[in-house]
Design a protein around this ligand. Structure first.
Ligand code: C5P
Length: 290
């Protein structure tokens, strides 16, 4: 069988409200999520023995050992596939790491989800959806949403997903290349019982205005931990964004723009001003409600 390719699209939390905390310490979220057309690239090929290669601009910053979420995803999927009586032969996987590490846009979660999607295609196997969802969630709270990779509202710790009719959005992603620890940001959160998103209250407004009335509750603790986030938001504002916000636990921030040209121009200006940063103009694809 020929090589199979999957894009691990960058996940963007357009809004992220922290509404509570579970007994095990995980936080309950209410998040409006979309996915960029840009991301990491994964290829899967049949092989004599398992193999994993990391390349791309940020590949050298990750280890290719068993801690890597791609390998964890391969191993857990293989176990479930074999337990169901199907076969999961050796595979060579290459990950081209285009997204910065520990940056609030999915990265590792998107790679794990793309591995699940790619290997099911390569092995031509089916698993019951609850089994697949359980494997995804066991790899990380954001892996189920990355598996879906379409505009959605995520609740619970990220396992309850509902499609949402978002339009196509034109964005710039900007990251000052400071890695942020997600557990550390959650630890610094002062208020853990914020109100959920009230999308019904703004149903008649354009999406940009609806998003503007929401928040990312992780922004204040992330900004306290990483001052470069404030600089990133300010730099995006100066390029004419209609809205700027941090994604996930940071440090990646996004700007929304009126159209593709405005986003491309903003990315050009920002990369000239901040040559050491990750700056990417991208589009989030439209999605309909299920
Ligand atoms: O699930 P994941 O491994 O991506 O999460 C990393 C860490 O972030 C968790 O160990 C937890 O400390 C924190 N977290 C949280 N609530 C969530 C998601 C993550 O507290 N909903």
């Amino acid at each position: 069988m020929a090589e199979i390719t999957e894009t691990a699209r960058a996940k963007i939390n357009l809004a992220l409200h922290v509404t509570g905390r579970r007994d095990d310490g995980y936080h309950l979220l209410d998040s409006l999520v979309t996915f960029a057309s840009h991301g990491d690239l994964l290829t899967f090929e049949p092989a004599d023995e398992d193999d994993f290669t990391l390349t791309g601009p940020y590949g050298a910053l990750l280890s290719a050992d068993t801690d890597n979420l791609v390998l964890k995803a391969r191993n857990r999927l293989r176990q479930a596939v074999e337990a169901s009586g199907q076969s999961a032969p050796a595979v060579s996987i290459e990950l081209t790491k285009n997204l910065p590490i520990a940056s609030g846009i999915g990265g590792g979660s998107a790679d794990a989800a793309a591995t699940l999607r790619g290997l099911m295609r390569l092995w031509q196997v089916m698993l019951p959806d609850p089994v697949l969802q359980e494997i995804a969630l066991s790899l990380g709270a954001d892996v189920p949403m990355c598996l879906a990779s379409r505009p959605l509202i995520a609740k619970g710790i990220g396992e309850h997903l509902q499609s949402v009719a978002l339009p196509s959005l034109f964005l710039v992603l900007a990251n000052p290349l400071v890695a942020v620890s997600t557990p550390e940001v959650f630890r610094r959160l002062e208020k853990r019982d914020n109100p959920p998103m009230d999308l019904d209250a703004t149903a008649t407004l354009p999406w940009t205005e609806r998003i503007a009335r929401l928040r990312n509750d992780l922004e204040p603790p992330a900004r306290a931990l990483t001052p470069a986030i404030a600089e990133t938001l300010q730099a995006l504002e100066q390029t004419g964004a209609t809205l700027t916000r941090m994604s996930g636990s940071g440090a990646t921030c996004f700007g929304l723009y009126v159209d593709r040209n405005a986003a491309a121009e903003a990315a050009k200006i920002l990369s000239e001003r901040k040559p050491g940063w990750y700056v990417q103009a991208t589009q989030a694809l439209a999605g309909g409600s299920a």
